[in-house]
Design a protein around this ligand. Sequence first.
Ligand SMILES: O=C(O)C(=O)C[C@H](O)[C@H](O)COP(=O)(O)O
Length: 232
Amino acid sequence: MTDDVLGPGQVPADHAALLGRLAGLRLLPVVVLEDAAAAVPLASALVAGGLPVAEVTFRTPAAADAIRAMADSGLTDPDGAGLLVGAGTVVTPGQVDDAVAAGARFVVSPGLSRAVVERCAEHGVLVLPGTATATEVQAALTMGLRAVKFFPAATSGGPAAIRALAAPFPQMRFVPTGGITAADVGEYLALPAVLAAGGSWMVPASAVAAGNFAEVERLTAAAVAATRTAAS
Ligand SMILES: O=C(O)C(=O)C[C@H](O)[C@H](O)COP(=O)(O)O
């Protein structure tokens, strides 16, 4: 008998490849869409700004349709790799089913739920559950996970908390999200334990509601530029 959902440290090869792609992108834009009609124009702006990836949150009823539209959009990065579309704010196994059926390649949760992690394992889809404490990171490790979201990052101690958690859990990689800005994302990305940083600052609700995708593209390009500055 084991508690592990995936087997101890068994990260499937396609998950490792996906995590590698996220690590290369460095940023995970968190998207809230009220209307699935905005999905493709928004994704096009992200791609044009240099981020061919989106986490579409199940905070709105439009989420599954928006994921489907993005997954079927044919959008690619400059190397021809398809837009990487995932689902966020997934809190129930039923939402995992809906997200996967719509074409989500990864699932993000605000917290750590065994039921959600198990359903993701059944579908073979990568899951990044939210953790903010040593107990939660340890539980995620026990479930066989090697990457988690760190949420809400800013109010849970920021980069210093991740540095402290990474010491006893060197196998774990973190995707901090929640309260991160263009001004401080570099501090997170400088940590070896940080795979990528998530956030919504490059997709402000006001710009999306106004259909101002040029603004999304501008903010996305600025966010990508900030990661390059952080790396140099
Ligand atoms: O856990 C989920 O699935 C969420 O939807 C939480 C979001 O990732 C954050 O709320 C984004 O944080 P901000 O960048 O501060 O807007």
